[in-house]
Design a binder for this molecule. Structure first.
Ligand code: SF4
Length: 168
């Protein structure tokens, strides 16, 4: 069967960022709503873990991305819009260590609220479902046309994930 021709996305629109930010905020806020009544310190720690996780991913992962490497001081992609590029863009492939640490940082963000969510089965269900919808949306609509060919999740047809050769 012939595969439909898929064009990689060189640019994103503000509306893309709004959509994915809203989608990502659903599980994040669900985690926060589960944590707060049980532990204010836990909520502050959750905020710290999210910010630190984003900083680690931006430093190790995003700095290699073609969207980050575009000229200009501000980042404009599906997850960051108008955010200053705090770190210098970096050429070359992602190393195995960079991939591992970035995945571990995101894993920590996702697993952190689970102990509190386990006390609230209804919120746990919302957390898991909203996370599944978010990840499935990114996978179905972005990974198949992503310019970041070095990303291990890249699913552009005919391209080997994790291999350098970025467009843009
Ligand atoms: S598209 Fe993804 S990898 Fe690229 S800069 Fe944005 S968040 Fe980072």
């Amino acid at each position: 069967m012939m595969e439909d021709r898929i064009e990689v996305r060189e640019d994103y629109a503000f509306s893309d960022w709004l959509y994915y930010t809203a989608a990502a905020l659903v599980p994040l806020f669900t985690g926060a709503v589960a944590i707060y009544p049980q532990s204010a310190l836990g909520l502050v720690s959750y905020g710290g873990v999210v910010l630190a996780g984003v900083a680690v991913v931006m430093h190790l992962f995003c700095t290699h991305c073609p969207h980050y490497q575009k000229p200009g001081r501000f980042l404009k992609c599906i997850f960051f819009w108008g955010l200053p590029k705090f770190f210098a863009p970096r050429n070359g492939s992602l190393t195995r260590l960079e991939k591992l640490v970035a995945v571990a940082a995101m894993g920590l963000v996702l697993f952190f609220p689970l102990a509190w969510l386990a006390e609230e089965p209804g919120l746990l269900l919302v957390y898991l479902l909203s996370l599944a919808v978010f990840l499935a949306t990114v996978r179905r609509h972005e990974c198949r046309r992503c310019v970041f060919s070095d990303c291990p999740a890249n699913a552009v047809p005919g391209q080997t994930p994790g291999r350098q050769g970025n467009v843009g």
